[in-house]
Design a protein around this ligand. Sequence first.
Ligand code: NZQ
Ligand code: ZN
Length: 407
Amino acid sequence: MKRERRYAGTKEAAETMDFQYYTPTRVVFGRKSEEQVGALVRAQGCKKALVHFGGGSARRSGLLETVERSLAAAGVEFTELGGAQPNPRLGLVRQGVELCRAEGVDFILAVGGGSVIDSAKAIGYGAANEGDVWDFYNFVRAPKACLPVGAVLTIAAAGSEMSDSSVITNEDGWVKRGYSNDLCRPKFAVMDPELTMTLPEYQTMCGCADILMHTMERYFGREAPMGLTICMAEALMRSVMENARVLLAAPDDYEARAQVMWAGSLSHNGLTGCGGDGGDWATHKLEHELGGLFDVAHGAGLTALWGSWARYVYREEPARFARFAEKVLGVAPQESEEATALAGIEAMEAFYRAIRMPTTLAELGVQPTDAQIEEMAEKCSVTARGALGKFRPLGKADMAAIYRAAR
Ligand code: NZQ
Ligand code: ZN
């Protein structure tokens, strides 16, 4: 690992290991934990809550009814806004902001997955600040506040229930942008692993892929995180892979659901990056453009791109990829670090195929034209505001080459 070779025991090592770890979210984890939501919202001291949800799964499963019964029993007044869709849209966010202002909402309860929680966070920014909420995602200005947000999580994936970020798609130009700020970190996250058992297999596996990727992005920063973090990251990734395989065969396995759900939060609340440089995030940013233009599921977009990114960059530091191959994927050391690194990339792609995730854009069902590839690379370089990623900083031509190699 680069840190061990270059920095071990030096003042520089100490400095690159400095970090802040801020996780203000109360986690309420376990069977039927959703029945506590009324008391949790009540404890926030709010006057009126907005219950925000998605396209219907929460209503169909009866969860919404349970949540609203719990709110009523705790004496919490609320109003509803459904319809947040995967790759949540700015249009609904603006509608939510108006609703909050009109109804005097001072707390947002997201009932759903990353898309609903991200939409709730955006509504929270919009309602707590003057002007247009897109300004924050467009990096024009920074919000001063965010309405408090709580989450009842129904899919283990994005990690938004503890993260500082929110990703929104602007229908005007189909631009998908993430914005990160501690202000939006949820006050609480209610996690009942049983709620994830109604997920279709595809969404469960997309979730596992995204969880893995949140730790992989941090693992492949310019500098690796500190040794303890690396070991925790490797254990987390092995656990998610093992439990994803269990869930393929037994989607109702509570223990596997529980481990994946907790991994989803730990993978994106900062823990697996402590003592590192923040991570690479190129695969994520490249995927966000795919999601914006083609409306694909985020986790599947990531697996379709990752191999192409990895092959494009691994020569920067084959030892990092070789360690990943050995410790996470159980690959035996080959004749050289490079060979082990490549065998690891292949093993990761074999895992993706085993959980029925795509490893190319064609398998994802997307066939971008050359012009669309240029468009995504252009938009991505605007979002990156400079070179993209840290492991090997990428320019626009590199991004286009990675998209092309993924076809
Ligand atoms: O809308 P409903 O009907 O609820 O259906 C959803 C949706 O179709 C369904 N679903 C969720 N829970 C279910 C269920 N179906 C049956 N039973 C349940 N228990 O699953 C579909 C996907 O839901 P979504 O919320 O879109 O999934 P996910 O949590 O993967 O969120 C994806 C979004 O999060 C963003 C992604 O870019 C994408 O827009 N991300 C957010 C991050 C963050 N805020 O920190 C980080 C991530 O890297 C990611 O970018
Ligand atoms: Zn992600």
